[in-house]
Design a protein around this ligand. Structure first.
Ligand SMILES: *Cc1c(COP(=O)(O)O)cnc(C)c1O
Length: 407
């Protein structure tokens, strides 16, 4: 804006750069991103009538109290643009939740921002904090939106691989990935797709490196409540981290309402102000009635969330048995919606090939983990199955999978 009388950025016609004839319409920085594998695999599931364990969304609704609160909010007329940072009631509920469940203190006025899902929180943060050419280190395999956000910012993704069987963070490898261009660490725990929950020693090591190199950190904790063994520890609570960490979470996974797209970022005021500056031009705001419903949800007794978690743990165990019966021993999964297997055990060295054939082999759809890597290497034969489905669906899938046998 130019209200101070200072000249603003030049507006008006700028000569278009020459585009060669036949150049595809998609901007170069996005060309690596075609249709996602989830779209391909979901279409395959529909076409073949297969059980879709590809994309991670629950096939049941969230808690009735939370759904009722959304209906009530619509009836009560909460249907116009909410405040840019989110309704105060939700920001207060988020701050109270972080304090009660995680021992973290945030001022709801200045340190909490409601976003269109965790996805927007992460994208807005990367766009707000990175200059073109900056490097962003992320644990690989990476959730699919990370690489795209980093590309949109003109920054560069520097992957640090988590290796099977335990998918732990190799701190030497992480240290070696840090350069003078490193701006951000993008950490995800509980980790999608591996199901790994980072432990105290790993998080302390990450924190030491972030402090030593004065890095900002985004921590994607959308599965913070979906931990089946172990304990979720927030990275922002480690020494020196509160001032440099943007903690991201979302109602989608916690309350099994992934279509609502209510997420949030919590951080020190200067960081939240920077992220808000970008966020206001992405969506401005979203989901007014759902913001009220999530505020209600966060205030409900813990049993609401622990019931969802316990049902998911049972789902994990049911699907794991089916995979074992097929000769596919899953890697340990401590949290999230996903089990990973290595289909090399069935004679496939390419998980994509396996996933394309799985509907015809046994009527189930999964996704190849290679899509979560810049260069999959030995992970090319890994496949991810979602278990956030009803018990009847998982039993049917387990029975079908059990008919697979080594080639
Ligand atoms: C589902 C998911 C997200 C996206 O959350 P939304 O709130 O739906 O935007 C972000 N990160 C990870 C690791 C996820 O699995």
């Amino acid at each position: 804006m130019t209200i101070t009388g200072q000249p603003g950025p030049a507006r008006g016609p700028v000569p278009a750069p020459a585009r060669a004839a036949g150049t595809p319409p998609l901007a170069e920085r996005m060309r690596a991103f075609g249709t996602t594998i989830f779209a391909e695999m979901s279409a395959l599931a529909t076409r073949t009538g297969s059980i879709n364990l590809g994309q991670g969304f629950p096939d049941t609704d969230g808690p009735e109290e939370v759904l009722a609160a959304a209906r009530q909010a619509i009836s009560d007329g909460h249907n116009q643009y909410p405040p840019g940072r989110g309704i105060p009631e939700l920001r207060q509920a988020i701050a109270a939740d972080r304090e009660r469940r995680r021992g973290q203190r945030f001022d709801p006025e200045t340190e909490v921002l409601v976003t269109a899902g965790a996805t927007e929180a992460i994208t807005a943060a990367v766009l707000a904090l990175c200059e073109a050419g900056d490097e962003v280190i992320a644990l690989e395999p990476t959730y699919d939106s990370y690489a795209a956000s980093i590309a949109l910012a003109g920054a560069r993704l520097v992957p640090v691989r988590l290796e099977p069987p335990d998918f732990g963070v190799d701190l030497d490898r992480l240290a070696a990935a840090i350069t003078p261009r490193t701006r951000l660490l993008l950490i995800n725990t509980p980790h999608n797709p591996t199901g790994r929950v980072l432990d105290e020693q790993e998080l302390a090591g990450i924190a030491r490196l972030a402090v030593a190199h004065d890095l900002l950190v985004i921590t994607d904790e959308v599965y913070e409540h979906l931990v089946y063994d172990g304990e979720h520890l927030p990275l922002a609570r480690f020494p020196g981290m509160a001032e440099r960490t943007i903690t991201v979470s979302s109602a989608g996974k916690t309350f099994a309402v992934t279509g609502w797209k209510i997420g949030w970022a919590c951080a020190r005021p200067e960081l939240i102000t920077a992220i808000t500056t970008t966020k206001q031009f992405l969506t401005y705001v979203n989901g007014a009635p759902f913001q009220w419903a999530v505020a209600t949800g966060l205030g409900l007794p813990d049993s609401v969330i622990t019931t969802i978690r316990d049902d998911l743990r049972a789902g994990r165990d049911l699907l794991a048995d089916g995979l074992r019966a097929a000769g596919l021993e899953p890697f340990r999964c401590q949290g999230t919606y996903f089990l990973t297997v290595d289909v090399a055990r069935l004679g496939f060295d390419d998980g994509l090939d396996f996933c394309r054939r799985l509907p015809e082999l046994c009527g189930v759809v999964a996704v190849p983990s290679r899509v979560f890597y810049t260069d999959p290497g030995p992970a090319a034969s890994f496949v991810r199955f979602a278990f956030c489905k009803r018990p009847a669906v998982l039993s049917a899938a387990a029975e079908r999978l059990a008919t697979l046998s080594p080639r």
